[in-house]
Structures are given as structure tokens and as C-alpha cells.
Unconditional design. Sequence first.
Length: 153
Amino acid sequence: MLHLGATFDAGSFDWDQVKGLGISNLCTRATASSSMTCGKILALATQRVVSFREKLGIKLCIFKIGVTSNPVTRFADYREKAFTSMWLIWVSRSVDLVHMLEASLILQFHREIGCQNKGGTGGEGCLNRSNPPSPPYFVYITGGRADQLRRVG
């Protein structure tokens, strides 16, 4: 997986290469997303987080919400911690938008069973460096089941 991450280019990446590894790109096409209001973006992202948790099993889902510019290498890190799935739920060229969406989702879900995010967080990390990575930026949810052989997290 790391070799795919080393050459990752969001504009030309073949997402089918990583689907079998647990990464699913559910991001809305740029043409459709450009006309969406912040409220609609948040509602869509919230529904995707709910769907992810339902797919893994609400009471057994250990999950984390985050942002990245390279989901392939980011998920490789999570796989080391026994996370098994990652859904990309939003993409934008605006670091401010993805940070606000991340913080909003964490605020909504941090008290839910299995959430590994702390309340009041979101917007930290590598996108805040003095020399941040290039866009686009992805908001994701990643997780695994608490009843799997390896402990998640």
C-alpha cells in the first residue's frame, strides 16, 4: 500500500486499486459539491459517518474522524493499529472547509461509543504546518470492530 501512497495524485488516482485494502472514496464530484451549502455538506458527511458505523456495527465500531492530503499513506498508518476500513467522505481544496467539517463531525460524534476523537478537537495536524501539503484535502472516517482479533487503536 505504501508504494501507492508514494505516488498518490488525487487527480489521476485509480481508487479501485485500494478498495480491496479497505479504502472507499465516497466524495461527491467537484461539480456537484461546488453548489452545496455548508449545511448540506455537513448533513451529507454526518450521514456517511452514521452509515460507516452501521456497516461495522454501531456497538462494536471503534472509529476516528480526520483529515489528510494523502489517504493512502494515512490509512497505512491506521492499518498498523488494526483499523480495517476508511471512507473518504468529503474532498476540498480549502483547508479551512475540511478543518471546520472535521471539527463539526467530531463535536457531533465524540461522545458516541467507540469514538477515538476527543471533544473540542479537529483542525490540528499536518495541514497546519508552515509548509502544508498541496490540496486537495480529504475528510475521512476510519475504524475497525472491537471484536476482531487485534485490538483497534
